[in-house]
Design a protein around this ligand. Structure first.
Ligand SMILES: CC(C)(COP(=O)(O)OP(=O)(O)OC[C@H]1O[C@@H](n2cnc3c(N)ncnc32)[C@H](O)[C@@H]1OP(=O)(O)O)[C@@H](O)C(=O)NCCC(=O)NCCS
Length: 174
């Protein structure tokens, strides 16, 4: 299957919305209980544009969006401005075929191009495929937080992973 990775456009948002809402309804990847509407994804798209942060989509030969990936600020305090948190979603039925990897690699390149130093991944501890995916791209587990979440009637543990994009790089003198 030939897969193109490109920047998302507003025309991709209905499919991104359906992938997102499926993850809300059926997975512990997103710790929300409520589905969102198209206006919510449009606002998110505009925020990413204002921030200069990418939303990448994986598209098959027929032009169908099979997954997407992005990053946003990790914590809203000045001192965290060189760290971002990524998110990556592959459509149900398309997982386990390398699409996550195809999205993550260029996403990390975009984080470098944005001048970021660290990419954080906050992953539900039972999400073995996401942990594996991030490990394959050089992320290490840096934190474990038992029972900080609740979904589907059970406590959820959070695993923090991170990648330092340029180990040893001196802090920028801003
Ligand atoms: C997590 C997710 C993005 C990964 O994307 P993907 O396209 O399935 O990932 P890939 O096929 O590129 O790689 C998955 C890796 O996990 C491995 N894997 C899959 N299921 C696994 C399991 N149950 N246990 C351990 N490893 C597993 C695969 O073998 C592969 O590793 P490999 O490259 O060493 O063979 C995708 O499964 C997804 O969208 N899940 C739902 C949403 C989600 O969890 N998003 C991440 C939130 S942190």
């Amino acid at each position: 299957m030939s897969i193109d990775i490109r920047d998302a456009t507003p025309a991709d948002l209905p499919t991104i919305l359906s992938i997102y809402n499926d993850a809300v309804a059926n997975t512990t990847a997103i710790w929300n209980d409520s589905q969102v509407d198209l206006a919510n994804r449009q606002a998110w798209f505009e925020l990413r544009q204002q921030q200069g942060y990418p939303i990448l989509v994986a598209v098959d030969g027929a032009g169908q969006v099979l997954g997407y990936a992005s990053f946003g600020d990790w914590r809203p305090f000045d001192g965290f401005r060189h760290s971002v948190e990524n998110s990556i979603y592959v459509r149900d039925g398309q997982r386990g075929q390398g699409l996550g990897s195809k999205l993550l690699q260029p996403l990390l390149e975009r984080a470098r191009a944005c001048g970021k130093h660290v990419v954080v991944a906050a992953i539900e501890s039972g999400n073995a495929s996401s942990i594996r995916l991030h490990q394959r791209h050089g992320f290490s587990i840096t934190g474990q937080m038992p029972q900080v979440g609740l979904k589907f009637g059970r406590w959820l543990d959070l695993t923090f992973m991170q990648l330092i994009l340029a180990p040893g790089a001196m802090p920028p003198q801003e």
